[in-house]
Write a protein that binds this ligand. Structure first.
Ligand SMILES: [Fe+2]
Ligand SMILES: [Fe+2]
Length: 178
C-alpha cells in the first residue's frame, strides 16, 4: 500500500522534529557539563541519543514503506539555561510539544485509514507518555530539593545512573576506551 502523500510529508517532518529534539537535549547536556552536575549532563546526553533513535525509527519506517525520505535543516537549539529546574521545565515543554505532534500525526493516519502507521504512532504515543512522566517526576523532586545543594547532588547522582536504551554513555575520550 502506497503511503499517503500528506502522511509521508508529516512523517518526514517528524524525523526533523526528533532530530531537533535530540539537538535540544545535546545543548542541555553541554550546558550541564559546565556546571557541577555531571549526572544531569549524562542524563541529557542519553536523552539526546534516544531522540536520535526516534528520528531513525521514522526514517526506517519511510524506507520500509517505500516512501521518499526528505531531510530538512535542523534549527539551532537554545544553549543557555538559568538553573537545573529551568532546563527540566524546558524539557517537559519540549516533550509536550512532541506528544502533540505525534497525536496530530495519528489523527491523519486515522483519516487515511493507514493502520500500519497508526501502529507505529501508538508506540510513539506510549513512549511520549513515559517520557513526560519521567520528566515530571524529576521536576517534582527538584521542587522538593529547592536550593539545597546536598539534595540536588543526590538527584544528580541518580540522574547519572540512568540507563540509556538508545544513545549509550558519553564517550570517555580521556580513558581512550574501545
Ligand atoms: Fe522522541
Ligand atoms: Fe522525547
Amino acid at each position: 500500500m502506497t503511503l499517503n502523500p500528506k502522511l509521508t510529508k508529516l512523517l518526514n517532518e517528524q524525523i526533523n522534529n526528533e532530530m531537533s529534539s535530540s539537538y535540544v537535549y545535546l545543548a542541555m547536556a553541554a550546558w550541564f557539563e559546565r556546571t557541577p552536575y555531571a549526572g544531569f549532563a549524562q542524563w541529557m546526553f542519553a536523552q539526546s541519543g534516544e531522540e536520535t533513535m526516534h528520528a531513525l525509527k521514522f526514517y526506517q519506517y519511510l524506507v520500509d514503506r517505500d516512501a521518499k525520505v526528505e531531510l530538512q535543516p535542523i534549527e539551532k537549539p537554545k544553549m543557555d539555561y538559568k538553573s537545573v529546574m529551568d532546563a527540566f521545565q524546558y524539557s517537559l515543554k519540549q516533550e509536550e510539544k512532541v506528544t502533540q505532534q505525534i497525536n496530530d500525526l495519528y489523527e491523519v493516519a486515522e483519516q487515511v485509514k493507514d493502520h500500519a502507521s497508526k501502529n507505529l504512532l501508538l508506540w510513539f504515543l506510549n513512549e511520549q507518555m513515559e517520557e513526560e512522566k519521567t520528566v515530571r517526576d524529576m521536576l517534582d523532586r527538584l521542587k522538593l530539593a529547592g536550593d539545597d545543594a546536598a539534595s540536588l547532588l543526590v538527584l544528580d547522582r541518580e540522574a547519572g545512573s540512568r540507563k540509556s536504551t538508545g544513545g549509550g554513555s558519553r564517550p570517555n575520550m580521556v580513558g581512550g576506551g574501545a
